[in-house]
Design a protein. Sequence first.
Length: 422
Amino acid sequence: MALRISSNKYRDITLKRLGILKKDELKIKKKGRPIFWVHALSYGEVKAAFPLLKRIKEQWKESVLIGSSSTPTGMLELCKMGDSILDLTIPMPFDFTPCFLRHISWLKPDCFLLVETDVWPNFLWQLKRRGTQLVLVNGSISERASSRLSMMPWVSRFIYGPFAKIGMQSEKDRDRLISTGIDASDVVAVGNMKFDIDIPDMDNVSKSMVKELGLRDDGLVVVLGSSHPGEEEAVLPSIMALRQLSDQRPIEVFVVPRDPGRAAEIKALFESQGVRCSLRTQLAASNQASVASPNHSFRCIIVDTLGELLKIYSISHVAIMGGTFVPVGGHNILEPASFGLPVIVGPYVESIEEICEGLERAGGLFRISGKEGLKPILLSLLQDPSKRNSVGKAAKRFVERNKGVIDRYIYMIEEILRNGVQ
């Protein structure tokens, strides 16, 4: 904790999470308006929650909508939404009564929605005792976690007991949670909110990025999205193998680490193997100088900025999903699928298992058991435009078929508020 407070990046948010803030920082105009508080742990959860936040504001136009997150990146993403959606943006207080008491005393939310994870039982039980309706949305639970909790049902009821309703991403998630001792009537398989991802019109953005980075019209673009330590090293041999295609068409490889602060070390790794690299910020600063020369045939761009992954998906041809080549469990494969990209994942997909199974059955995803399987699939997709387009279209159709999850959550929230489920 002391280290966090001493860090410039975390100081302000940590102090506020400790409850060290002024009353005017929690000031909202209530006047009988319903108050919704939506909490999302970090950047990824905030992005997943964005369509839900928009719909809540549309459905309850006079409501007060509060957004919170636990990390600087999550807070930054919430702030981007602006006053038209959120009436107040705050860091989530720590689960210690002196830290959060003034929040719940001053804000008095009618409905608290927790997105996916970051369960703080003490905070949640205090809200419930004060009459707040609590809803878990987009919930999931692994087989390993459910197995452990099933041996301690009292722990499961302590964690999930405050919720009036628990919305899970799939039937498997619902069954696993019920097996831990939660009443089946409280748990609903609603679906994954990430199917309803709000994809903005990227035409102008894509054209601007292509021009800024000096990308060739006849080039092929591969993206490794949301990578973790160890993954760049795992996929590097397959990326190097793409150079054999660069005498036919230019090849661009984007590496987008989950933590942009790792960009310099990734660049050094690639360059140590003779791969030509540039940092994203170098290209922007160079204003299409020599590093962005249109004469290149093979190049790797390490993205050291936040919030550009969707833009990069919009100009890509194939996506390799990070978090699946090391034991992390995967990230949002629906984003590249929404852009009609073939998606490749490694063996570690526990957090996205059901979506992977569905996308694989639909013909939009390749799952490999180890890094050795990446090279032939990449080469095949890049050399065969018909196959690449067919797989990409299948991926996009899969996303379109499963939309409508937000509508089901809005209906659930309406029912809870109407009936006052306790």
